[in-house]
Design a protein. Sequence first.
Length: 139
Amino acid sequence: MKRVLILCTGNSCRSQMAEELWETLGAGEWESESAGSKPSGYVHPLAIEAMRELDIDLSENTSKSLDQFTDQEFDLVVTVCDNAKESCPVFTGATQTFHWPFDDPADATGSDDEKMKTFRRVRDEIKTKINTFLADESA
């Protein structure tokens, strides 16, 4: 089984959604983890709601620190943080590393309905990127 670690700063939105999407889309061929360089201590409620729409449950997930994975080996490490807004952690325990920047949905403003549009868009962008990677890898 291949292993992927998805990193960002807070580990509350993007990396959490990516972890579970990768686990689902990887169809048993991938084990996924996510972590943050400065964990927020929670998973964003709108990230939980956005994933629930895809029948994926994040409600039991926790915000994890990069420190708990530093001695582990991964086939792939993906950073998903936006360079303009936050610094991404560097991880040396990986065979391959990719940077896939996505907007931080936690920065969305407006009503919860307006914020949800951003969470859905980012979720769908992450899903598309993972699907494309997995399809290219198996080709």
